[in-house]
Design a protein around this ligand. Structure first.
Ligand code: PGA
Ligand code: ZN
Length: 425
């Protein structure tokens, strides 16, 4: 019976050097858990509020002292001495203490850090975090999430040199995490060498560790990914396929999709995406349309017709209400789950279960601003994610999660998940 004996917080820096929040939770049993939260750059408008200090004299307003002071003050006072049999009881208490719809008072960064630190403390000494998270929320994982790994970056993560945000590799033939990562490493090295030869920017990487040469068009970025796969000796579409995060909310202005030199209406954007599906082995299209373009998402999904996953990130914001709307309107068939978009484990789990109830695929995702914390690997495994999206195989905030997945693989012997639209054996 976990009773909270103490709660603390610390402002730490994320992978972009911006402040973020770490919470530390001590239980009466003596168990201690700490966890830190990530932060996005290409955020969805419907995300829960990340509380920032707004003081332009310090970290250009991005300080997290207020959020930390809520952990050390109000939340500590309210939770100290309280017993929570289940994670959802704590999460409910956190939501009630905040009292707003989008965690706007105490901050989703403070609240999620507390939610995660408690989970870690409750698992401490009992079971590995992935198993604790599985049991606490009634999941029965038998596989590891298949990595979708950022190869090339654009959009807000790479100075906007190409409009679309990520081209990712899906090592489809790999059956183990070990094999998947070795495959991706090979391709990444070839891509880096080729970028060096062609653009002279071998070493430059974007926020998630993806290469960011100045491609002239989105198509050039996708085609170069296919070339790199071939150069590394793999067959595109057979051994290794692609996913794209179009992140189109971020180039949707005045009702038009401003892709390269063009300004496309929704119909034109849908045609463009369908053209990519015809030409390239793309298995998943994330945010192909903008976050508030609800009218056109069902058409996109229908016309994609199951050829690729229609994955909602900014559209859904891991929010059960938005997932429910997408479910009722047929807007998507896959959920990108970013726990900090909603702010507690319990609400994120609700979004995931809703998605699962409709037979959707689930990609558990990191943010572009990350810390060295590795809870995401445990969460994605424990909650039986089909895919995990962490970033590239560079930058230690990414590798912390990949390395944790390797450790979980070693411990469990789980093979990689293999997504099938009609059931996921
Ligand atoms: P973000 O990007 O963390 O900057 O929001 C990740 C994504 O869009 O998937
Ligand atoms: Zn995205």
């Amino acid at each position: 019976m976990p009773t909270i004996a103490d709660l603390g917080g610390l402002e730490i820096l994320d992978s972009r050097g911006r402040p973020t929040v770490l919470a530390r939770c001590t239980l009466a049993s003596g168990a201690v858990g700490s966890a830190s939260v990530p932060s996005g750059a290409s955020t969805g408008r419907a995300e829960a509020l990340e509380l920032r200090d707004g003081d332009p004299e310090r970290y250009r307003g991005l300080g997290c002292r207020k959020a930390v002071s809520h952990l050390r003050g109000e939340l500590r006072e309210a939770l100290k001495g309280q017993t929570f049999e289940h994670q959802c009881e704590l999460d409910r208490a956190l939501i009630a203490l905040d009292g707003t719809d989008g965690k706007a008072r105490l901050g989703a960064n403070a609240i999620l850090a507390a939610s995660l630190a408690f989970a870690r403390a409750a698992a401490e000494g009992n079971s590995p975090l992935y198993r604790h998270l599985a049991e606490a929320f009634g999941h029965e994982p038998i596989t590891l999430p298949r990595p979708t790994v950022n190869l090339f970056s654009g959009g807000k993560h790479a100075g906007g040199q190409v409009d679309i945000q990520d081209v990712l590799l899906i090592p489809e033939a790999a059956t183990t995490m070990d094999e998947a990562l070795a495959t991706v490493y090979d391709i990444y090295q070839h891509a880096a060498e080729r970028a060096g030869e062609r653009y002279g920017v071998r070493a430059l990487v974007a926020d998630e560790g993806g290469l960011a040469p100045p491609f002239p068009t989105a198509e050039a970025m996708i085609e170069e990914a296919l070339e790199a796969i071939s150069a590394a000796g793999y067959t595109p579409g057979e051994e290794v396929a692609l996913a794209v995060d179009v992140a189109s909310s971020h180039f949707f202005q005045g009702g038009l999709y401003r892709l390269g030199e063009e300004a496309l209406e929704a119909q034109g954007m849908i045609e463009r995406l369908l053209g990519w599906l015809d030409a390239y082995p793309i298995r998943s299209i994330e945010d192909g349309l903008a976050e508030d373009d609800w009218d056109h998402w069902p058409e996109l999904r229908e016309r994609v017709g199951g050829r690729a996953l229609v994955l909602g990130d900014d559209l859904l914001c891991s929010n059960p209400r938005r997932v429910d709307r997408a479910l009722k309107t047929g807007a998507t068939d896959a959920l990108l789950l970013k726990v900090n978009q909603i702010g507690t484990l319990t609400e994120a789990d609700r979004a995931l279960k809703l998605a699962r109830s409709a037979g959707w695929a689930v990609t558990v995702s990191a943010r572009s601003g990350e810390t060295e914390d590795d809870w995401l690997a445990d969460l994605a495994t424990g909650w039986d994610g089909d895919f995990i999206k962490i970033g590239s195989l560079t930058r230690s905030e990414r590798l912390a999660k990949y390395n944790r997945l390797r450790a979980i693989e070693e411990e469990t012997g789980f093979a990689l998940a293999r997504w099938h639209r009609d059931g996921n054996p």
